[in-house]
Design a protein around this ligand. Structure first.
Ligand code: 5GP
Length: 205
């Protein structure tokens, strides 16, 4: 007998990393991308201006508000949210194609965006990053922000508001030590790769 039995994914896994603003999503996502080459990135559409070294079509698709609203009207946006007065959204067809082709995709979404994506794809895996403390969250927001005290305070309130959605997610991961958070997510990813409902058995008579 030389026939080998293998387990094959029916479709690509959609892994969403989210959490309140200031929780340190970016560093976790960058670390995950460095470690995994079997996981693709979904390029979002945004109306914010490109930062230095950001390339259209690589980091984001940079579009005007009118263009973004046209995409929504045409049903080309799977989910979207408004963050700091700018639109951010996931283009529908590339993600659908990657899922069909069995490609696993990592998305970095706002809390609202993650929950709305789950409505379209109930088997998407939603991870919620938890800050180690309120002080750590505030410090990150302060370090990042160039805005007034008032805006920082309103961001802080928004972040706490977002924490209320934590239990609508599938997994909670504390982002205190970066390496630990990345290892926790890896364990979740590996387990999801073996979830029976995602697989079929090839080579069985
Ligand atoms: P930034 O401007 O720093 O690149 O991203 C700002 C926020 O937008 C981050 O919290 C990020 O998670 C979120 N974001 C990026 N792309 C998308 C998207 O396609 N949909 C949603 N809902 N949020 C996104």
């Amino acid at each position: 007998m030389t026939d080998r039995i293998t387990i094959v994914q029916k479709e690509g896994i959609t892994l969403v990393v989210s959490g309140p603003s200031g929780v340190g999503k970016n560093s976790v996502i960058n670390a995950l991308r460095e470690r995994y080459n079997d996981i693709r990135h979904s390029v979002s559409v945004t109306t914010r201006s490109p930062r230095e070294a950001e390339i259209d079509g690589v980091h984001y698709y940079f579009r005007t508000k009118a263009e973004f609203e046209e995409m929504i009207a045409e049903g080309e946006i799977l989910e979207y949210d408004i963050y700091c007065d700018e639109y951010y959204g996931t283009p529908r067809s590339p993600l659908e194609r990657m899922r069909r082709e069995g490609i696993n995709v990592l998305l970095d979404l706002t809390v609202k965006g993650a929950l709305s994506l789950k409505e379209s794809y109930p088997n998407a895996v939603l991870l919620f990053l938890i800050p180690p403390s309120g002080a750590a969250l505030e410090e990150r927001l302060l370090n990042r922000a160039t805005e007034s005290e008032e805006i920082i305070q309103s961001r802080m309130n928004e972040s706490w508001e977002e924490m209320n959605s934590a239990f609508e997610f599938d997994y909670l991961v504390v982002n205190d030590d970066l390496l630990q958070a990345v290892q926790d997510i890896e364990a979740i990813y590996w387990a999801e790769k073996h979830r029976a409902s995602r697989l079929f058995i090839d080579g069985m008579q």
